[in-house]
Ligand binder design. Structure first.
Ligand SMILES: Nc1ncnc2c1ncn2[C@@H]1O[C@H](COP(=O)(O)OP(=O)(O)OP(=O)(O)O)[C@@H](O)[C@H]1O
Length: 620
């Protein structure tokens, strides 16, 4: 409990006095610990809550209730009321009610903070699973983009599973306490009575399990099925009269057996019973039946929630699918300062889990060090897939990818990626400041603000950043976690305004987003370690001037680097490319320079002429 209490207290709290805002630092969660510390703490807390709120308090309340009613009963029977005992029972009962209410209030107040803490723990855990550290000490869950490597459970799912498990355990404790109460109050006959209380839920469970888990053929001519249907129909309202008059006796007996047992017992041993005693037993046996039924109903979802949490912890055991070597890049065999060379030999590639045709089939080409290569082709022809293989997001399914003449998987993937700058439309902005969004292009130089400013200039983002009130410090999507507690929905309420301000987003245009991503790429380029630049149609949201400037600045960085562009636009890039690879249906249709490909009058010439004709022909 100490653990829980201290962690909840460490959360940011918005002052209860209006306008007062105290912000404590959210503690570091024990990141990396795979031990189920949180589930255990959570279970302790949940079970403690159930123990205090449910059984023990109810047990005590009922005991007092029994005393109170017994006192009144005796008083009425004998004409002599023990006022002291009755007052004492009333005061004890009121104290108990106040205690229980305070606990409920505390629970209601604490659970959101606890939920936040648990969710944060699992967020951290999942983050570490994604960024799994390898023995080589680098960070990079290289099969991240595989659909099957995505976690099937989110931090919030984990909280829900945990919550359900704790509730289930609490339910068991509740039932146990109700059983204890029954055995306690019914003394010598307690066990038999308790058994009868359990009979209905037990019978129902056995019945429903055999019905639902059994394998049977649904066929209207099946006599057993017809019989089952008929029996099921007997529960309909129109058979209610028969139900009441006893034609469905076994069902009635199973449900009401405990009270019938006590009724018979009461008739045979009238002195053993009081009105209070029977009232309490009736109430408790009903509650017990209900809670036992709930347990049986929830037992299946309990198993599901436990396996959900097991899957979550199994994520940390997942191994990286990408082959990773230990050869550093650049190494002795690679030529430094001339750019990276690539050779694809009969490469076929299918996306993991995809049942469609291979995205690439038998693809072969060579890009020499320092070349400017342009990949063109129709939609879905495999252009982006080639970039993903070159940048080692996937391994080829068949064939080989050589980097500087050496199979790519022999290199350390971390080293290779450090030597590659990618700029695609898939890149996202991070939920961090604009400064960090750019600086993280080169994590080793995040403290160098001059370098970050230069990258912003190159990427074309400096002007619009300068116009933002907080400039480089702007957070586009602040990750505040504010939990409203009974705050009115009135938008003018100071606490609501404060909460809205905490989570206010800053919107920027698609083109501005691309400029920020471009700046991040330049930050990477300026690290001095980049030997290959891959650019995949990143300029769709840029205006013509912005696009021309961006490509001009990228080309200016060409010296000593190999560059591969994917584009649909035929212009300066294609005209000046050292090699154009024209893709069609996952295969290389042709590859050569612009002039040579036009002479061949093949796929490239066809695509080029379509665009060229748009500028030369009149619109009719
Ligand atoms: N993650 C993925 N999972 C399964 N199939 C994919 C995936 N990404 C792409 N594909 C499929 O692989 C094929 C090649 O896709 P790719 O994105 O490489 O084409 P592209 O030439 O870049 O297309 P575009 O010009 O539209 O960007 C397509 O049939 C596409 O549907």
């Amino acid at each position: 409990m100490d653990n829980w209490k201290s962690s909840s207290q460490r959360f940011s709290t918005i002052g209860r006095d209006m306008g007062k805002h105290t912000e404590d630092k959210v503690p570091d969660v024990k990141a990396g610990s795979d031990s189920p510390e949180i589930p255990i703490t959570s279970s302790q807390m949940g079970i403690w809550q159930f123990w205090t709120l449910e059984p023990s308090s109810r047990l005590e309340l009922r005991r007092q209730w029994e005393e109170l009613i017994s006192g009144i009963e005796v008083g009425i029977r004998e004409g002599q009321v023990d006022s002291y005992a009755i007052y004492f029972a009333i005061v004890s009962r009121l104290s108990c009610i106040v205690f229980v209410e305070v606990l409920y209030w505390w629970t209601k107040k604490s659970v959101p903070a606890f939920e936040a803490r648990v969710t944060q723990h699992y967020d951290m855990y999942l983050m570490r699973v994604f960024l799994s550290e390898t023995a080589a000490g680098y960070v990079g869950f290289t099969s991240l983009i595989d659909p099957d490597s995505q976690p099937r459970i989110t931090a919030r799912d984990a909280w829900r599973a945990l919550d359900a498990i704790v509730s289930f355990l609490g339910q068991i404790i509740t039932s146990a306490s109700q059983l204890t109460l029954i055995i306690h109050v019914s003394r010598s006959s307690g066990a038999a009575f308790a058994f009868l209380c359990l009979m209905k839920p037990l019978l129902e469970t056995c019945f429903s399990r055999s019905a639902w888990s059994g394998k049977f053929l649904v066929h209207l001519n099946n006599k057993h099925y017809q019989r089952m249907q008929a029996l099921a129909a007997l529960t309909a309202d129109k058979y209610r009269q028969d139900y009441i008059t006893g034609n469905l006796g076994p069902h009635i007996l199973a449900a009401e057996m405990p009270m019938i047992y006590w009724a018979i017992n009461a008739v045979m041993n009238p002195t053993k019973f009081s009105i209070a005693f029977i009232a309490i037993l009736e109430q408790t046996s009903t509650n017990l039946r209900y809670s036992m039924e709930t347990i049986f109903v929830n037992s299946k979802s309990f198993q599901r929630h436990v396996s959900q949490l097991k899957n979550l912890y199994a994520l940390s055991e997942k191994r990286n699918k990408l082959k990773d070597g230990d050869l550093p890049y650049p190494c002795g065999d690679t030529k430094d300062g001339t750019g990276m060379s690539f050779e694809l030999r009969n490469v076929t590639f299918c996306y993991p889990g995809s049942k469609a045709r291979a995205a690439l089939q038998n693809v072969s080409f060579t890009i020499r060090p320092g070349q400017l290569a342009v990949i063109v082709g129709a939609n879905g022809s495999g252009k982006s897939t080639i970039i993903k293989l070159l940048t080692r997001l996937y391994d080829p399914s068949e064939g080989a990818l050589l980097v500087d003449g050496i199979p790519a998987e022999q290199y350390s993937a971390f080293d290779l990626r450090r030597a590659m700058a990618t700029f695609t439309q898939d890149h996202q902005l991070y939920p961090l400041s604009l400064y960090e969004n750019i600086a993280l292009g080169n994590p080793a130089a995040t403290g160098d603000s001059a370098l970050v400013a230069a990258a912003a200039e190159q990427g074309g983002a400096a002007v619009f950043i300068g116009k933002l009130p907080k400039g480089m410090g702007t957070l586009l999507d602040p990750q505040n976690q504010a939990y409203p507690m009974n705050i009115p929905s009135d938008p003018d309420h100071p606490l609501r305004k404060q909460m809205d301000a905490l989570s206010k987003k800053t919107d920027i245009s698609g083109g501005e987003k691309q400029r920020l991503v471009a700046s991040r790429t330049f930050m990477h380029l300026n690290s001095g370690k980049v030997a290959f630049v891959a650019v995949d149609e990143p300029s769709s949201a840029l205006d013509s001037e912005g696009e021309a400037q961006l490509f001009g600045r990228l080309i200016a960085e060409r010296s000593g680097r190999t560059m591969v562009f994917v584009t649909h636009r035929f212009g300066h890039l294609t005209k000046h490319a050292d090699i154009i690879i024209c893709m069609k249906d996952g295969m290389v249709a042709e590859s050569d320079t612009h002039d040579e490909l036009l002479k061949q009058e093949g796929e490239y010439a066809k695509l080029y002429n379509i665009q060229a004709s748009a500028f030369s022909s009149d619109i009719t």
